[in-house]
Design a protein around this ligand. Structure first.
Ligand code: UDP
Length: 375
């Protein structure tokens, strides 16, 4: 099977540090290739993931351009999608397009007699919902959790072939780390992820907390300061920058609660793997939660609010705790040592490996191709 895997022009695969979609693809592709799938990756020229072929229109990731005006951003996305369309037409050997970017380009291709398309829903579903409202059933989609599909607009839900949980290469493979005292929140610093709540809880309980992750792409305190002090910087006033400055920074006392910026590679795994627990005080219906399955794979108990996919990923009382309120969250934070890290690791090795994810995707590729033949 020949699959064209489209991640878009924003970041290379794998990404340097943070990068949700690109991380998912970097986890999935090696496991697909081990199963005989030929992968053509549509990304940017600086991607280093081992694939059968790489196609791109931009040499480097265009992430920083996302701060530019809407029309400019759309121009970049369209240029990339036009390249994908050209490749699919030119090659004639693509059995399926697995798209992670947006539905419209691949759907147009498919309507013109191109290969079937499976689109993986990652987060904001509004643009997809409008599309499916007008063209129900035109291409196949999958969710990254059951809850994401349950909450999706009806038109989108009816196009879905199923949900496939996210995975991590750490599952079944991560070394056991020495347990530290710190709790951790790993992820983009933004209101949706709720770092302020974790900070408030930990400060009240007197527990050390490390916040790791970028603020709208800014990975260090120096970068953030530069933006905060330059009123003409395109990120000045960005909601995530304001969230950090107004809601999170007041807790950063240099002692109990610390922000360490973006963490990458071994440093990420060491910081995360040595945590007493990972906190997910999410303020939205978290669709997939890669960082949740990474924590479990490292043997780190997870404490989160019961929203989105968290209840599917966490086994309450066995691999972590699910809370409904801030007060409950605080109570469960005090009970993290009741969770056995080995249970977490075993759960991840059973459910969240790249092999499990790849096998499920192969089933959905077949289903998408069958659906296409039937239409
Ligand atoms: N991540 C990272 N360094 C950071 C913050 C996050 O490598 O400083 C990674 C994290 O390990 C995970 C991904 O970025 O693999 C975040 O994915 P998740 O699904 O948790 O969040 P979202 O896609 O909503 O940002």
């Amino acid at each position: 099977m020949n699959v064209l895997m489209n991640t878009g022009p924003w970041l290379p695969v794998p990404p340097p540090g943070y990068g949700g979609i690109e991380n998912v693809v970097a986890t999935l592709v090696p496991a697909l290739r081990e199963r005989g799938v030929r992968v053509v990756l549509a990304s940017v020229g600086s991607s280093t993931l081992e694939v059968d072929e790489l196609v791109s229109v931009y040499d480097a990731g265009q992430f920083a351009e996302l701060q530019k005006p809407y029309n400019q951003v759309m121009g970049i996305a369209h240029a990339h999608q036009a390249m994908v369309a050209r490749e699919v037409r030119r090659r004639d050997d693509v059995d399926l397009v697995h798209d992670h970017l947006e539905v419209v380009g691949p759907a147009v291709l498919s309507a013109l007699g191109g290969p079937p398309v499976l689109h993986t829903l990652h987060w904001d579903l509004r643009k997809h919902a409008a599309f499916y409202g007008a063209f129900p059933g035109s291409i196949a989609v999958n969710g990254v959790s059951e809850s994401q599909l349950r909450l999706a607009p009806a038109a989108l839900r009816s196009a879905a072939l199923g949900a496939i949980h996210l995975a991590t290469p750490l599952a079944g493979a991560a070394p056991r780390a020495e347990r530290g005292e710190h709790l951790v929140v790993l992820g983009r610093i933004c209101r949706l992820k709720g770092q302020h709540l974790a900070a408030r809880v930990c400060q009240k309980l007197g527990l050390p907390l490390v916040l790791a992750g970028p603020v709208s792409g800014l990975g260090t305190a120096a970068e953030l300061d530069a933006v905060a002090q330059d009123p003409y910087h395109p990120l000045h006033g960005h909601p995530d920058v304001r969230y950090h400055l107004e809601a999170v920074a007041p807790y950063l006392d240099g002692d109990l609660v610390r922000w360490v910026g973006t963490v990458e590679g071994r440093r990420r795994d060491e910081l995360y793997g040595s945590a007493r627990a990972a906190l997910f005080p999410v303020q939205w219906d978290e669709p997939g939660g890669t960082a949740v399955v990474e924590a479990l794979a490292l043997g780190v108990p997870v404490v989160g609010l019961r929203r989105g996919c968290l209840a599917e990923l966490i086994d309450h009382g066995r691999t972590g705790w699910l809370a409904d309120t801030e007060e409950e969250l605080a109570e469960y934070v005090l009970r993290v040592d009741e969770i056995d890290p080995e249970e977490c690791r075993a759960e991840a090795a059973r459910r969240f490996t790249p092999a499990v994810m790849a096998e499920r995707y192969l089933e959905l590729y077949e289903a998408a191709m069958r659906r296409r033949r039937a239409n």
